[in-house]
Design a protein around this ligand. Sequence first.
Ligand SMILES: CC(=O)N[C@H]1[C@@H](OP(=O)(O)OP(=O)(O)OC[C@H]2O[C@@H](n3ccc(=O)[nH]c3=O)[C@H](O)[C@@H]2O)O[C@H](CO)[C@@H](O)[C@@H]1O[C@H](C)C(=O)N[C@@H](C)C(=O)N[C@H](CCC(=O)O)C(=O)O
Ligand SMILES: Nc1ncnc2c1ncn2[C@@H]1O[C@H](COP(=O)(O)OP(=O)(O)OP(=O)(O)O)[C@@H](O)[C@H]1O
Ligand SMILES: N[C@H](CCC[C@H](N)C(=O)O)C(=O)O
Ligand SMILES: [Mg+2]
Length: 484
Amino acid sequence: MKLGELMSRVGIERPLEARVGDLSVAGVSADSRKVKGGELFVALSGSKTDGAKFIADAVAKGAAAVVASSEHSAIAAGIPVIAVDDPRRLLALAAAAFYGAQPETMIAVTGTAGKTSVVSFTRQIWAAAGMSAAQIGTTGVIAPGRNDYGSLTTPDPVSLHALLADLAKAGVTHAAMEASSHGLDQRRLDGVKLAAAAFTNLGRDHLDYHPTVEEYFQCKMRLFDTLMHKGAPAIIYADDEWSGRAAAAASAAGLDVRTVGRKGEFLALKRVEHFRDKQVAEIHLGDDIFEVHLPLAGDFQIANAIVSAGLAISTGVEPAKAFAALNHLKGAPGRLELAGQTKDGALCYVDYAHKPEALENVLISVRPFTTGRVVVVFGCGGDRDKGKRPIMGEIATLLADVAIVTDDNPRTEVASTIRAEIMAAAKGAVEIGDRHEAIRYAVQMLRAGDTLIVAGKGHEEGQTVGTEVLPFSDHEEIRKALGG
Ligand SMILES: CC(=O)N[C@H]1[C@@H](OP(=O)(O)OP(=O)(O)OC[C@H]2O[C@@H](n3ccc(=O)[nH]c3=O)[C@H](O)[C@@H]2O)O[C@H](CO)[C@@H](O)[C@@H]1O[C@H](C)C(=O)N[C@@H](C)C(=O)N[C@H](CCC(=O)O)C(=O)O
Ligand SMILES: Nc1ncnc2c1ncn2[C@@H]1O[C@H](COP(=O)(O)OP(=O)(O)OP(=O)(O)O)[C@@H](O)[C@H]1O
Ligand SMILES: N[C@H](CCC[C@H](N)C(=O)O)C(=O)O
Ligand SMILES: [Mg+2]
């Protein structure tokens, strides 16, 4: 593609010198280590370093031209340097232009908790309705004949557009993706053609990255006010503290706001009965009433299911089919997932709660079907928001009968310091650093009627200590402790 054409396709209408505009570019990259000959190198100012420092490396690798923020426009690279205000957005739009194809119907989900569950459920509803469907997020990529383990919740734009083109080529017509606040802030989703989007809830998260909760919320709202076209459906979970503000933002952006939940107007949740292994809900859509038997535990899964139904219906699935599909949903791996039970029938769950509201929700969720004690094993990640540690400590001791504080990816921090920060607010909690020992201790204390939640790692397959990832699975540790 000619550089001039690429620039106009990404909305930069500034005239380029003919010599520059006529230059052929073969692709785009923001990583000098991966640049290939003839590609456009986009220099991004990041959290660890500044891509502008690597312009010379990119040139040495054969980059054809450079895009940088205006500050770097003067750098003599020996090849054309184009200055733009928002290089990250340009990178994403250029990646979209290069790779071209995307599944016809794409949706994105934002919110502090529930994104992975909602994209999984939406994919399952689409698939049940006969569509070729995919999901992209924290647990990886799932599509017909494909199941790749994930790393980032929202992939970087170059990998993302390569992936979308691959999926489209493989015949995937519907794809649901997670929009993390980092992803939205860093413009990783700009250039994705979204047919609909959803908001689940907002709680404390990533305050190591976002200066305030307000700024965190505003990042999430980029999904509605920048990435969607006017009139597109925005599914908003109605029963969160932030629902009103999310709906107002979507409405101000000219979107078709569809609220779902107990206070929902599009899908109204009228009645829920909780059982040990399922929940029965009555959902109203206009004058139609649907009874759903969701085969999953946890009140929050009803919230995720109703958001997914809203998304599926808003992208063409017949309501009766969407609700029927809810009766067969499988939980996303490691989201309140039953990993085993003791001989006396005490249930052992693995859950991915690693932030205060999620921990609070999961502990409240299991109470209705727990006749004995709720036991929780959890920790907090190193090199992540330190402020959440005492809050999670307090929630665990308040809502569980037994709280066991252990390690969860200490990364480059001292594990005992992280635990001490949690313990400071966790009166009466037991501290066992070794996660394997902590799980064994918890399983051994279980009696009939008790419920164990091992929280924080969910689907993860490793424990990151320093920069090393040691193999570790909560599922496997529970199974071992149960003697199986
Ligand atoms: C803080 C953060 O989000 N960082 C992400 C970001 O990196 P960055 O732009 O800050 O990169 P940087 O390391 O400062 O480098 C700046 C630029 O120089 C370039 N560079 C660097 C070195 C070199 O030799 N040559 C070169 O060109 C880099 O490619 C980059 O373009 O962009 C990179 C590419 O997209 C990401 O891989 C990286 O994710 C890091 C690994 C990460 O851990 N991110 C986490 C926090 C994250 O994004 N999490 C969210 C939310 C998770 C949740 O749901 O809770 C997610 O979406 O996964
Ligand atoms: N709707 C919800 N409301 C509150 N808590 C929830 C909700 N859905 C899930 N959770 C809790 O959050 C955990 C993570 O759920 P899920 O992976 O679906 O969310 P996520 O937004 O993708 O999280 P992450 O940003 O960490 O990837 C679950 O294990 C559960 O404890
Ligand atoms: N995407 C999140 C996952 C956290 C999971 C938890 N196990 C931890 O390590 O804190 C993060 O990287 O912050
Ligand atoms: Mg997720």
